[in-house]
Write a protein that binds this ligand. Structure first.
Ligand code: PLP
Length: 389
């Protein structure tokens, strides 16, 4: 039996079809897309195709796609690019309290240079009310950044409604769609966003490849200066194999989206029902339905603060899940800022368990998980620490 990987929100297995597409560019074919000769032209053609494929995934035009080396970099490019890289940053930005550190720490860096930032709390199900974002807007607000879906709890935000309120005031709107892209339908026109970040490795593409959608007419300062690649916004010789990979991953995700979403929602519902039925004191965190297809997050009464032990116990049984977020191994002892923002106390906020399914997970793996999980929790729990049914 192969180990079970239920941590697709951290990273996802490279789709073999993506690997096949990348292989020629790793094994013989090469070229600098800026070169004028045959090798360069072939590389340019491959990059252009990738740009079209990524644009198509989100309903953009290829000219609006800037390739980056990660989702983190795309987020940094959006925030620094709009809010400025001058030593003194003026004005105000709005975000949510549950963003990924790639947003929160970037805004904190800008705050140290003078930017004022408002962080809006979600409700107890992790949803951000558009009215709460609207109430935070000020005459000097320059940018609002709200994630499309949360990486810890999987909740999907009402981005179209938030963007409409923000842009009606002439303020730019960015969404970190790293967890959402390739998993739920995203169309930049229907959403009405000015900037959108995505990352290939979250939808079965290669690690270290991202993209920022920049609406035509929106101008950014570059983060990285140099030879002028990516319209001067992201200088550096392109990672041609990686870009071919994100293009192919985007194409596969776009064509597979409907059936894949339905299958993963089915598995997720069985997972949630199974855990809630068999593990006394288990509670689903986040919105019951408005969540990413394969994503569930639980807190477990009697085991709060001890999710790491549970994770390691499952790891012994070759089942990979996450506690809180992928970044948690760097900050294992810290409570999740996402759970704190939802109103959980600090002990509970240290003890969430994230289970995220992806394209290569099967119903049989879920059966195995549902058989192992309740007895693993039971073995770890101190006697009488949770309500009996
Ligand atoms: N934003 C969100 C919501 C994420 O979940 C992640 C990764 O976990 C990132 C940004 C960072 O993306 P990358 O790993 O490509 O830098």
């Amino acid at each position: 039996m192969r180990p079970i990987y239920f941590d697709n929100a951290a990273t996802s297995q490279l789709d073999p079809r993506v690997a096949e597409g990348m292989a020629p560019w790793l094994l013989g074919q090469f070229g600098n897309p800026s070169s004028l000769h045959l090798f360069g032209r072939q590389a340019r053609t491959a990059v252009d195709q990738a740009r079209r494929q990524v644009a198509e995934l989100i309903g953009a035009t290829p000219e609006e796609i800037v390739f980056t080396a990660s989702g983190t970099e795309a987020n940094n490019m959006a925030l620094f690019g709009i809010l400025g890289q001058e030593p003194l940053v003026t004005g105000h930005a709005v975000t949510s309290a549950i963003e990924h550190p790639a947003i929160l720490r970037t805004l904190a860096a800008l705050e140290r240079r003078g930017l004022q930032v408002t962080r809006v709390d979600p409700n107890s199900e992790g949803i951000l009310a558009p009215e709460a974002i609207e109430a935070a807007l000020r005459p000097d607000t320059r940018l609002v950044s709200v994630m499309a879906a949360n990486n810890v709890i999987g909740t999907i935000q009402p981005i179209a409604r938030i963007a409409a309120l923000v842009r009606a005031r002439g303020i730019l709107f960015h969404t970190d769609a790293v967890q959402a892209a390739g998993k739920i339908p995203l169309n930049v026109e229907a959403l009405g966003v000015d900037l959108l970040s995505l990352s290939a490795h979250k939808f079965h593409g290669p690690q270290g490849v991202g993209a920022l959608y920049v609406r035509r007419g929106v101008t950014l300062d570059p983060l990285i200066w140099g030879g002028g690649q990516e319209r001067g916004l992201r200088s550096a010789t392109e990672n041609v194999a990686g870009l071919v990979g994100v293009g192919r991953a985007a194409e596969i995700a776009r064509t597979a989206l409907g059936p894949e979403t339905a299958r993963l929602v089915g598995l997720r519902e069985r997972l949630i029902d199974g855990v809630l039925e068999t593990v006394p004191g288990a509670q689903l965190v986040g919105h019951p339905h408005q969540r990413l297809p394969g994503h569930a997050c639980f807190v477990l009464a009697g085991l709060t603060g001890d999710a790491i032990r549970l994770l390691l116990e499952l790891d012994q049984q070759e089942i990979a899940v996450a506690s809180g977020s992928a970044c948690s191994s760097n900050h294992a002892a810290e409570p999740s800022h996402v759970l704190l923002a939802l109103g959980f106390d600090a002990v509970t906020a240290r003890g969430s368990l994230r289970i995220s399914l992806g394209r290569f997970n099967t119903a049989e793996e879920l059966d195995r998980f549902l058989a192992v999980f309740p007895r693993t929790v039971k073995a770890l729990r101190p006697v009488a620490s949770f309500p009996r049914r």
